[in-house]
Design a protein around this ligand. Structure first.
Ligand code: GLY
Ligand code: MN
Ligand code: MN
Length: 435
């Protein structure tokens, strides 16, 4: 993205900061085990404001009459760069990111007290990392200890995430361009998984197809641990071991999306391992597909956030009654939440830099209203665990269908439409082998 995008975001933040100062660090590096780290992933808020991907970096924004963006980052270090690769260093990072100033991260403790002095309000995000909180409060205390020299410590602490969440919720054109590509890569990965599936293969072999497809198109990582769950394991909502075998006659549920340049896709498809839905599988699949279509139709500007969920629940409840899996009327099933035995999660979440993205779902106790530029998932499901009064022909069937949906001026756009989901399209593709 061009640096103007990040500069405009920082300017919008400044306008909301009432003359204060904001501190936004990137994520810490985390050890996995001896001498080995988890792959580094920048902090989403920091990245939203900088586009800077290196570890050990902090953004400081000073608002007021002459606002300034200041980046602290690692120094150039030819010896370390032999081991770890290129790093910008403050001077090159300053121009690459369009900052007003940049300094070595080693100067952070020395410079921060002066940067926060006399600013009134300090925006940061406390509570995520105790060591970081202590460091920030240490800078505040240093300023307090200088009160007699006439400098004032921040009298108020605000949550910088709260200011950024609303900005992140409405995606700009440059973000949507990346999200469309992340969605297209994920859709391609699901097509490839369908082609590769057949009885006797291991779930992890299908997972490998997904990961290969993500990476060969430039996605840096999966957006979350992929779920590849055959048969009754599809009813385990967070199944991630992916070490079972695909059996003839089972369904395979795959929940997998990629992260491309920071942005997530999040897609679920469910299909028969042998390429043909059985009668009972077809009935449950059609029901979930109908619930999803109705929920997607409820995604439009002016509708409440929970309109898609309420819509999906009613369609599912009616279908479960028709299939004699629930008794009584739809209104009763909804009021008593009897449907939750088979549909226990909600129908979606915001999507963006985080899979479960930033942004409130309610305002003053009311579900918020959908607006163009919001991106959400629509992901109804139905999980029929054996026992629990489920007739044998339905036992062990778990279905979820999940797409990424952009709210547009006219209604919505399904970003992941290239992943097949009609019964005919799925049956034509499953087991077809290499493209
Ligand atoms: N894959 C995470 C979710 O569907 O929310
Ligand atoms: Mn999701
Ligand atoms: Mn998902």
């Amino acid at each position: 993205m061009d640096i103007g995008v990040y500069q405009r975001r920082r300017a919008r933040l400044v306008a909301a900061m009432r003359g204060g100062v904001a501190i936004v660090p990137t994520a810490p590096e985390r050890a996995r085990n001896r001498d080995s780290h988890y792959p580094f992933r920048f902090d989403s808020y920091f990245y939203y404001l900088t586009g800077f991907r290196e570890p050990e970096a902090v953004l400081v924004i000073v608002a007021g009459a002459s606002p300034k963006s200041i980046l602290f980052c690692c120094d150039k270090d030819p010896e370390r760069e032999v081991w770890d690769g290129f790093r910008y260093g403050p001077e090159a990072a300053r121009s690459a990111c369009g900052m007003d100033e940049a300094h070595s991260i080693t100067k952070l403790d020395a410079l921060m007290p002066d940067l926060i002095a006399d600013r009134g309000i300090l925006y940061c995000h406390l509570g995520a990392d105790a060591a970081w909180d202590a460091r920030v409060l240490g800078w505040v205390n240093q300023v307090r200890s200088r009160a007699r020299s006439g400098v004032a410590a921040p009298g108020e602490i605000g949550d910088v995430h709260a200011l950024l969440d609303e900005m992140r919720l409405i995606k700009g054109p440059e973000e949507l361009a990346v999200m469309r590509r992340a969605a297209a890569i994920a859709a391609g990965a699901h097509r490839r998984a369908m082609r590769a599936a057949r009885p006797g293969r291991a779930e992890y072999e299908i997972e490998a197809e997904l990961l290969h497809e993500f990476r060969r198109h430039g996605a840096q990582a999966p957006a979350y641990p992929p779920i590849v769950a055959a048969g009754e394991r599809a009813c385990v909502l967070h199944y991630v071991s992916n070490d079972g075998t695909l059996k003839d006659g089972e369904l395979l549920l795959i929940d997998a999306g990629c992260e491309l340049d920071g942005y997530a896709s999040d897609v679920t498809r469910t299909f028969p391992v042998n390429g043909r839905f059985s009668g009972p599988q077809r009935e449950i699949y059609q029901l979930v597909l109908a619930a999803q279509a109705a929920a997607i139709a409820a995604v439009k500007p002016g509708n409440a956030w929970d309109a898609p969920h309420r819509t999906a629940v009613r369609v599912l409840a009616q279908g479960l009654i028709d299939l004699r899996l629930l008794a009584g009327s739809v209104n009763e099933a909804v009021e008593t939440e009897a449907y939750r035995k088979f549909y226990m999660h909600r129908t979606g979440h915001w999507l963006g830099l985080d899979v479960h993205d930033a942004g409130d779902y309610k305002h003053a106790g009311e579900w918020r209203v959908l607006e163009p530029g919001m991106v959400l998932t629509v992901e109804p499901g139905c999980y029929l665990r054996a026992g629990e009064g489920v007739p044998e022909h339905f036992a062990g069937i778990g279905v979820r269908i999940e797409d990424d949906v952009l709210v547009t001026g006219a209604g919505s756009e399904v970003l992941t439409a290239a992943a097949p989901k009609s019964i005919a399209d799925i049956e034509a593709l499953v087991g077809a082998g290499d493209a």
